[in-house]
Design a protein around this ligand. Structure first.
Ligand code: COA
Length: 274
């Protein structure tokens, strides 16, 4: 199935075609659905390239205010990197494979607009890594999370060893990584891997509700929050100093004047992103 969208570059609008993604834009929410349900939405290289293009589109298109990432069908968010592409990977090829995937997931993590993973089934291997690269994870009751790469003689390569440790702590992450165990949504929620646990029919509405609340806030400040949170984990960066500089940048915006002015005047702010 193919989805055609348009991508704005300056004043030029060019067609954008995806083979493995469905993409819709409604009410400022760009919903990216990984669409290989017969392969449980496994990420082959072509799909990864399309995800990269979709996120470049997110950054460039002012009509997009936030993103939901989900998987097609009721069974799977993403069941991992496409194992059929692993055959014959050399040590050097494996490094390149991991590095290119990591770069795409880092781009998602640093997206200046809010990105929520709507996890609707298996989030395994690269699927768990994709969900963890998003800013938040909302899990349906049928979600299952895990990093089973160790069963394939591998480790996660798209940031899983780092982000799982970041999200659920060293001891729990090490156990999941070493055992390859798959945990259900309730356990994932208990250890903080997902923000909310909802019924399947509430999954997308819950993501939309959170995004719509964020859309009432100042977009520049929201983008600065992405950078500040990342600074906490970035090597060699003083997160507190980064926050000081970021606070200063916010104070230089029109939206800061609007937000504080609106509070004093007891009215709702009308943010413009400037
Ligand atoms: N890569 C490639 N193909 C995958 C895949 C993956 N990561 N995960 C599932 N598929 C394919 C299966 O090969 C199968 O394809 P086929 O019908 O052409 O044979 C199809 O998706 C359905 O999967 P199936 O295994 O029949 O479903 P299931 O309900 O019995 O099992 C899982 C579901 C998720 C437990 C099982 O598919 C699985 O273990 N997948 C691999 C998970 C993994 O190791 N991910 C990390 C990869 S690094």
């Amino acid at each position: 199935m193919e989805a055609t969208l348009t991508q704005k570059q300056g004043n030029v609008t060019i067609p954008m075609e995806f083979k493995n993604l469905l993409a819709t834009l409604e009410g400022g929410i760009y919903t990216i659905t990984i669409n290989r349900p017969d392969k449980l939405n496994a990420l082959n290289q072509e799909t990864l390239r399309e995800i990269k293009a979709a996120f470049e589109h997110v950054v460039a298109n002012n009509d997009i205010k936030g993103v939901i990432v989900t998987g097609a069908g009721p069974k799977s968010f993403v069941a991992g990197a496409d194992i059929s592409e692993f055959a014959g990977l050399s040590a050097e090829g494996g490094r390149a494979f991991a590095a290119s995937g990591q770069a795409i997931f880092k781009m998602i993590e640093l997206c200046p607009k809010p990105v929520i993973a709507a996890v609707n089934g298996f989030a395994l291997g690269g699927g768990c890594e994709l969900a963890m690269a998003c800013h938040m994870r909302i899990a349906s009751e049928n979600a299952k999370f895990g990093q089973p790469e160790v069963s394939l003689g591998l480790i996660p390569g798209y940031g899983g060893t780092q982000r799982l440790t970041m999200h659920i702590g060293r001891g729990r992450a090490t156990e999941l990584l070493m055992t390859g165990d798959i945990v259900n949504a309730a356990d994932a929620y208990r250890v903080g891997l997902c923000n909310y646990l909802v019924k399947p029919e509430e999954l997308i509405p819950k993501c939309q509700e959170i995004l719509n609340r964020i859309f009432t806030k100042a977009p520049f400040a929201v983008a600065e929050i992405v950078k500040c949170v990342d600074a906490h984990y970035a090597e060699g960066v003083d997160g507190y100093q980064f926050e000081v500089d970021s606070f200063g940048r916010c104070c230089g915006t029109e939206d800061f004047a609007e937000g504080t002015g609106a509070f004093m005047e007891k009215r709702k702010p009308a943010f413009t992103g400037k």
